[in-house]
Design a protein around this ligand. Structure first.
Ligand code: C2E
Ligand code: MG
Ligand code: MG
Ligand code: MG
Length: 289
């Protein structure tokens, strides 16, 4: 019987693996096609000030609209892009596409001149000089002022070659490009790295935010935020899906937030609508006072 069950389980496992492997294969085979056919699309998730609620910018998030599978989330295809090296051309496409969109929205008066655009950059993209050239070119081509473009990088990047990293970061700083540590709290960033590099902000990852908010009535979050600010690093909270969390964030001086309670990532046309509404409301407030 045990033998029988063993075999059943074995068969169950292999068929499950096969389905997953098949899915991966479908995605992998479709990647080049996706690039050629423009199946990749950027969505934009608004980022707002915690104290005033005003939208300060947005994070560009990649989506793959697959003709057969439908919308594929980044966690299912970014690793494939990284493994195949396709992340380099795709990453460059993201930079160009987002900067172009941003400058268009500014021309249309939808965004303020100083509105911040943040882009996610994979660790392996950072090893190429190509990245700096691409960013520099796009900033010129689309007239992006200093301090309006930020790169979101993961904590693991801070563990790569420190000399190369310092050089790259300082070049980016000279170009007026900010660095944000994304998903802070998943890795093992030391206080030393936080003070050594010129970082503009850290994005607190959801579980860490939750535990810091709970411990000692949020005193841990306050202390952490105080520490970050003393190192000239801003704090951004992500995954805020409940408006009630905002009071805790404001009490701890967390600068900005994003999450479903403000808005999910939006298609370009939806983002435009969202911003128009924001701007309208703000004008109403101005008229009223
Ligand atoms: P991330 O940069 O940490 O992005 C945050 C993720 O949380 C996004 O998922 C976003 O849609 C989701 N999210 C936003 N608000 C909420 C909320 O209130 N609650 C919850 N539970 N989730 C929320 P998404 O779009 O699936 O992106 C996943 C990851 O893929 C991103 O994590 C980022 O690391 C990566 N990624 C996305 N676009 C790019 C890209 O252009 N290049 C690279 N290299 N990576 C990218
Ligand atoms: Mg991010
Ligand atoms: Mg994140
Ligand atoms: Mg988010």
């Amino acid at each position: 019987r045990a033998k029988h069950m063993g075999r059943q389980r074995f068969e169950f496992c292999t068929s499950e693996l096969t389905a997953q492997a098949r899915y991966k294969l479908v995605l992998q085979e479709g990647l080049q096609q996706a690039l050629d056919d423009k199946q990749l699309q950027l969505y934009y998730q608004p980022i707002a000030s915690t104290s005033t609620g005003k939208v300060q910018g947005a994070e560009a998030l990649l989506r793959w609209i697959h003709p057969k599978v439908g919308m594929v989330r980044p966690r299912d295809f970014i690793p494939l892009l990284e493994q195949t090296g396709l992340i380099i051309p795709v990453g460059e496409w993201v930079i160009e596409q987002a900067c172009q969109q941003w400058s268009l929205w500014k021309q249309q008066g939808l965004l303020e001149e100083k509105a911040l655009l943040t882009l996610n950059i994979s660790t392996c993209q950072f090893s190429s000089q190509q990245l700096l050239n691409c960013i520099g070119n796009m900033m010129i081509k689309f007239d992006m002022p200093a301090k309006t473009l930020a790169l979101e990088v993961s904590e693991e990047l801070l563990n790569t070659n420190p000399k190369h990293l310092s050089e790259t970061f300082s070049q980016l700083n000279q170009m007026g490009v900010d660095i944000i540590i994304d998903d802070f709290g998943l890795g093992s960033t030391s206080l030393h790295s936080l003070s050594k590099y010129t970082l503009s902000a850290i994005k607190l990852e959801k579980p860490l935010l939750a535990s810091l908010s709970k411990s000692k009535n949020g005193n841990s979050l306050k202390a952490f935020s105080f520490l970050a600010h003393s190192l000239n690093v801003n704090m951004i909270a992500e995954g805020i899906d409940d408006k009630n969390q905002l009071r805790t964030l404001a009490a701890a001086n967390i600068d900005s937030y994003q999450g479903y309670s403000l808005s999910p990532a939006l298609e370009a046309a939806e983002f435009k609508q969202f911003m128009s509404l924001q701007n309208e409301n703000e004008n109403k407030v101005k008229l009223f006072y």
